[in-house]
Design a protein around this ligand. Structure first.
Ligand code: DC
Length: 223
């Protein structure tokens, strides 16, 4: 009998999932698992090898040789690809699009499924992604669907890029968010959607603190 508790936070790109999930994990002493980083690392591996991340016939042959791992350094998730820490390299607009492209390939999703479930079996987790409540952890005790308008999400992501010194333009960020939404919602395997038993949190007009408080109250009730 497992005495772990899983919290699934799904939603579209740049809704604030990672910031909020990290805060909730910190408050409850749970492991924060950013599953998007896994898809980003596969996107990065494909692009670095000159492969088109949209084409299964180019991406699938590289999967068996990938040594992909999440590690936790002082409680902070780092992503390793063949021993190299790629945590920063995966955070560019190009890798966002590459991640979205590889994530539509069913075999890529299958490749990552067991690893994500294993993390939740062995730890209490706050896991963020697109299909955590629907596919990866359908039994999660808490399921949150976190969303916000595309314009709010684009403005937040644009600020993040500025702070990190990643060159970006607001209009382009908005365009890419809309494109990723369309990809993530329309793909056949594990599309982005709210699980029936998920609580909808629309953060468009909420501060970070308000969203964290709302989700903490739900976690306290159920974990
Ligand atoms: O959360 P993120 O922006 O880092 O995710 C990058 C892409 O990976 C996103 O556009 C869709 C995909 N993804 C997914 O399909 N399923 C997940 N659980 C997490 C991310």
């Amino acid at each position: 009998m497992s005495n772990t508790c899983a919290i699934a936070i799904d939603g579209p790109s740049a809704a604030g999932k990672s910031t909020i999930a990290r805060r909730i994990a910190g408050e409850f002493g749970f492991l924060y698992v950013d599953t998007g980083a896994l898809y980003r690392a596969i996107g990065l591996a494909a692009v670095r090898r000159g492969k088109n991340p949209k084409l299964p016939q180019e991406v699938l042959p590289i999967l068996p040789g990938l040594e992909l791992k999440l590690a936790y350094v002082d409680g902070v998730q780092r992503v390793f690809l063949g021993g190299e820490d790629v945590s920063e390299a995966i955070r560019t607009p190009e890798m966002s699009m590459a991640a979205s492209a590889v994530s539509a390939i069913p075999e890529v999703r299958a490749f990552l499924l067991g690893y994500q479930r294993e993390l939740a079996r062995t730890h209490s987790v706050v896991m963020d992604g697109r299909d955590i409540g629907t596919v990866i952890l359908p039994e999660a005790k808490v399921k949150i669907f976190l969303t916000a308008t595309p314009e709010r999400r684009a403005a937040r992501r644009y600020q993040e890029y500025l702070q990190k010194g990643v060159p970006a333009e607001y209009d382009q960020v908005l365009k890419e968010i809309l494109e990723r939404d369309a990809n993530d919602i329309s793909r056949e395997t594990a599309p982005l959607r709210q699980a029936e038993d998920a609580v909808l949190v629309d953060s468009s007009d909420m501060t970070l603190e308000e969203a964290v408080r709302a989700i903490k109250a739900i976690v306290r009730e159920r974990c």
